[in-house]
Design a protein around this ligand. Structure first.
Ligand code: HEM
Length: 433
């Protein structure tokens, strides 16, 4: 098929781009009083990322704002995320305590991530895809031709995977969903530069969630520890955590084991929900792409189907940027015309979405190419902190999207509704039951 462009969101982006005239984002930025510059930039990141980032890549690839610095080009993105002790995850610390993700290049981060990745065995992927397909189908069968995709599918299906494959079982899934939601929200959408109207309420929700999550994990670990001792374990990731024998000198005691079991939940649910609803919307809003995706889905041709999902997400990824804090002065893009010295304490935003539209690494980046190889994509971050669950996400997300698109006469009743917040909350779909 011919390459196709344009979704509702993109068209909106383009008309804003047209309204502002090419080259006018920065003109407007420069003529705006300092105190209003960051809110303006935030609104462009939220609403018009594609044309705004294009202008940045072309005219000011490293944009200093009074609040933080945006990094727009592929090469600079890679440079920033590849020096984790210079551009650190300090902003995760107050939100994530002593989880591995809140540490940079330290023995704890590296040992625990390696141990956990060895327990999330790649050999499991076909089984995970099958499990996800089954739970997805069941959910859609029960929905009787109409569903609010975010609360009743995007969040529930990965939670079933968390319960059945990771082994966080014995609890009503609605609690797991809530705990994942508040942890993700507080860490990724409630930083000082997000300007949330009531940040403290979000912090309190995260803290309350973590008290209950801690209690639940304590009981879960105790129960599975006893079962394991009695020789009555089964094969799930929590049991694997309890059975692990770390190398001499590597601390992986019961407390660390519990923290890592909780991390599995926090990473898996809200992220998948965002990605699935945004991918479905990106495909349904492009009729030619939709036809191609549906044909591949019907044939069970995942090799054709999955790249379409990642391409749809390239235009609207779950995370448009990461954020890092400079631990020291550092000159980024040294020796180029754009070289910029970032000063200690400065917050930088390496822009994933922008890097995935940089023609230095992506051919014809503004064209929706359904066969584009996954290649340099950053849907799961990059560098030291690249997602631990990436391989699972890479089968779970397309499978969930596929099951939706397989429904006869599937259509959206509107666009994704964020309910005034930062993440998808509702997305109504209808099909012939
Ligand atoms: C399937 C279950 C998942 C688990 C258990 C998980 C877990 C994690 C963990 C532990 C990290 C931190 C790694 C580190 O600091 O070294 C991470 C990073 C990340 N994950 Fe996941 N994740 C999952 C799914 C997803 C999904 C579905 C997405 C989005 C599509 C996603 C996006 C990311 C991103 C962007 C990062 C990088 C964050 C950064 O660099 O600061 N994850 N994930």
């Amino acid at each position: 098929m011919s390459a196709t462009q344009g979704s509702l969101a993109e068209e909106a982006s383009r008309s804003e781009g047209e309204a502002l005239q090419s080259g006018s984002f920065l003109e407007r930025f420069d003529s705006t009083p300092e105190a209003e510059q960051w809110p303006l930039v935030r609104s462009w990141i939220n609403n018009y990322p594609i044309p705004f980032f294009k202008e940045l890549r072309e005219s000011r690839p490293i944009l200093r704002t009074p609040v933080c610095t945006l990094i727009a080009r592929f090469d600079d993105f890679n440079e920033a995320v590849s020096i984790p002790n210079t551009f650190t995850v300090a902003l995760y610390k107050p939100k994530m305590g002593d989880y591995l993700m809140a540490e940079d290049d330290t023995p704890m981060h590296n040992n625990e991530k390696a141990l956990m990745m060895s327990l999330l065995k790649r050999e499991d992927l076909p089984k995970i895809r099958e499990l996800v397909a089954t739970r997805a189908k069941e959910t859609l069968d029960c929905a009787n031709g109409e569903i609010d995709l975010v609360p009743n599918y995007g969040r529930t299906v990965p939670t079933a995977m968390v319960q059945e494959h990771f082994g966080l079982d014995g609890i009503d899934p609605k609690y797991l969903i809530k705990w994942s939601y508040w942890n993700q929200y507080d860490t990724f959408h409630n930083q000082f530069f997000h300007n949330e109207p009531d940040p403290e309420a979000i912090i309190q929700n995260r803290k309350r969630s973590n008290r209950w999550l801690g209690l639940y994990i304590g009981v879960l670990i105790a129960r599975k520890w006893v079962m394991n001792k009695l020789g009555k374990s089964k094969d799930d990731v929590v049991y694997r955590i309890l059975q692990v024998e770390p190398p001499e000198g590597v601390k992986f005691n019961i407390l660390r084991q519990g923290i890592n079991a909780g991390g599995l939940l926090i990473g898996a649910v809200e992220t998948t929900s965002m990605a699935v609803s945004q991918a479905v919307e990106g495909i349904l809003s492009r009729p030619e792409v939709f036809a191609l995706a549906q044909a591949a889905a019907k044939e069970g041709d995942n090799e054709t189907f999955d790249p379409i999902v990642w391409e749809a997400l390239r235009f609207n990824p779950a995370f448009k940027y990461m954020f890092r804090t400079a631990a020291e002065d550092y000159t980024l893009a040294k020796g180029t015309a754009r070289e910029t010295t970032i000063t200690k304490g400065e917050t930088v935003l390496p822009l994933m979405l922008s890097a995935m539209f940089d023609s230095a690494a992506f051919d014809d980046p503004e064209t929706f190419n359904p066969a584009r190889p996954y290649g340099n994509s950053f849907h799961f971050g990059s560098g030291l902190h690249e997602c631990m669950g990436k391989e699972i996400g890479r089968v779970m997300i397309p499978e969930m999207v596929k099951q939706v698109l397989l429904r006869p006469e599937i259509r959206a009743l509107g666009s994704i509704d964020k309910d005034g917040g930062a993440v998808p909350e509702h997305y109504l779909l209808k099909w012939k039951a």
